[in-house]
Design a protein around this ligand. Structure first.
Ligand code: S3P
Length: 450
């Protein structure tokens, strides 16, 4: 679905402490993959705790357009009756992936080796994002793509009639590109190999193995080498979607910033390819602890306890950690504004091609709120001024980007004057319960134009 029509202006201000438990919705990355792999399995996949954000709902509708049956049973329980690898039907209409780069790139991969022609589109943000990073490797299978200038949507993909398996070294650290190639490899005969120099989130690999694919991962001198044997019969699964660490980041950071706060965020996955922010906050001196550490479904899980942390220090974030916290830099840059000293974030070029140019979006809003930000093509630094010294008092542009909107709303909980965002509407793409969850904890967040 393309973007909502009326902007929702939202304001956050300093108030009392945040207290209580924050129950985070399902992981967005795993939710997309559950629907897509469920559609590629033969039979019924059951999913609990699916994220019912607009991005994921758009992927569900897309899977229906390809012939799968997607049923919402209520309370986060869903099922998908899949059509099997190579069993997709050609959709009779354009596939609209709304705001979701993950949705469109993974679905392009999944259909790229099926003999069909499919046109994709999205909202203004998605239609501005580069698709060449996916269509270039898909061309190696024999797939053709025609889009707008710069490889942008709307774009038509002509799936390969006789796909050939490929060996592809991913040139940018991107789980979406890796996953698109692996999903295309499912319907190619023989072995498809993907090599990534830096490890990115590994949900596709883990879930493909869970669905019964023959997939192996080796650490080699070239990087992580993933080998997938094509044309498996995927077996339907029962999936419990873990809670999203990228969404947990917002109440966690809010609790560190709002005076007197003490918030428990239960059941958060600490998969090493996703948890970089939490270790970075600890390195900055945050009062953030992992309680009740355990393993669930083969993944490390903990209850996060975040408490007001007025003595954080700026740090150099290790660039090799970037892939494991790539979506968390916007909110980290907010925390950095309240720390003492400079926080240096390098190796983050990918932030420039997310739902918005996230370095530019954060730099402009932070500067307007009185914070010094320096930036280059692949880095940015925030010079923290310490608690009580961040002015605020501006309306930041959210640029159709959920994480930019949530980051500035978290910021307003600790700035001297309130912060507003010109449109909080995009928050529903990934965290539809954000506003109520934050208010239940005690946050002062209001809508200004309703
Ligand atoms: C995602 C991968 C990341 C991330 C996005 C979700 C995924 O994008 O930013 O929110 O589910 O594969 P890139 O692959 O472009 O880094």
């Amino acid at each position: 679905m393309s973007s909502h029509c009326n902007p929702i202006v939202m304001k956050s201000s300093k108030g009392g402490p945040l207290r209580g438990e924050a129950h985070i919705p399902g992981d967005k990355s795993i939710s997309h993959r559950s629907l897509i792999l469920g559609a590629l399995a033969v039979g019924e996949t059951k999913i609990s705790g699916l994220l019912e954000g607009q991005d994921v709902l758009d992927t569900g509708r897309a899977m229906e357009a390809f012939g799968a049956e997607v049923i919402n049973h209520g309370d986060g329980e869903w099922s998908v009756h899949g059509v099997g690898v190579g069993g997709f039907f050609e959709p009779s209409k354009v596939i609209d992936c709304g705001n979701s780069g993950t949705g469109v790139r993974l679905i392009m991969g999944a259909m790229a080796t099926c003999e069909m022609t499919v046109t994709f589109t999205g909202d203004a943000s998605l239609n501005g994002r580069p698709m060449g990073r996916v269509t270039d490797p898909l061309a190696l299978f024999g797939t053709a793509a025609v889009g707008r200038a710069g490889g942008r949507l709307p774009m038509t993909i002509v799936g390969a009639k006789d796909p050939i398996p490929v060996c592809y070294v991913v040139p940018v650290p991107s789980a979406q590109v890796k996953s698109a190639v692996l999903l295309a490899g499912l319907n190619a005969p023989g072995e498809t190999v993907v090599i990534e120099k830096e490890a990115t989130r590994d949900h596709t690999e883990r879930m493909l193995v869970g669905f019964g694919a023959d997939l192996t991962v080796e650490d080699t001198v070239e990087g992580r080498r993933i080998t997938l044997v094509g044309q498996p019969e995927l077996k339907p699964q029962t999936i419990i979607v873990p809670r999203d660490p990228s969404s947990a980041a917002f109440p966690v950071c809010a609790a560190l910033l709002a005076e007197g706060s003490d918030v428990l965020v239960p059941n958060i996955g600490l998969n090493p390819t996703r948890a970089g922010l939490f270790y970075t906050l600890q390195d900055m001196g945050a009062n953030l602890t992992f309680e009740n550490m355990r393993e669930e479904g083969g993944e490390p899980v903990a209850d996060l306890r975040a408490q007001y942390s007025p003595n954080m220090l700026g740090i150099v974030v290790p660039p090799e950690r970037a892939a494991s916290m790539i979506d968390e830099y916007p909110v980290l840059s907010v925390v950095a504004a309240f720390a003492s000293g400079q926080t240096v974030m390098r190796g983050v070029k990918e932030l420039r091609v997310k739902e918005s140019d996230r370095i530019d979006a954060m730099a402009k809003g932070l500067r307007a709120a009185g914070v010094t930000v320096d930036e280059g093509p692949e880095w940015f630094t925030v010079t923290g001024v310490g608690f009580g010294n961040v002015a605020g008092g501006v309306t930041a542009k959210s640029r159709l980007d959920h994480r930019i909107a949530m980051s500035f709303l978290v910021m307003g909980l600790a700035t001297n004057a309130p912060m507003s965002v010109d449109d909080g509407g995009p928050i529903t793409t990934s965290f539809p319960t954000f506003e109520n969850l934050m208010k239940d904890l005690g946050a002062e967040i209001v809508r200004q134009n309703e």
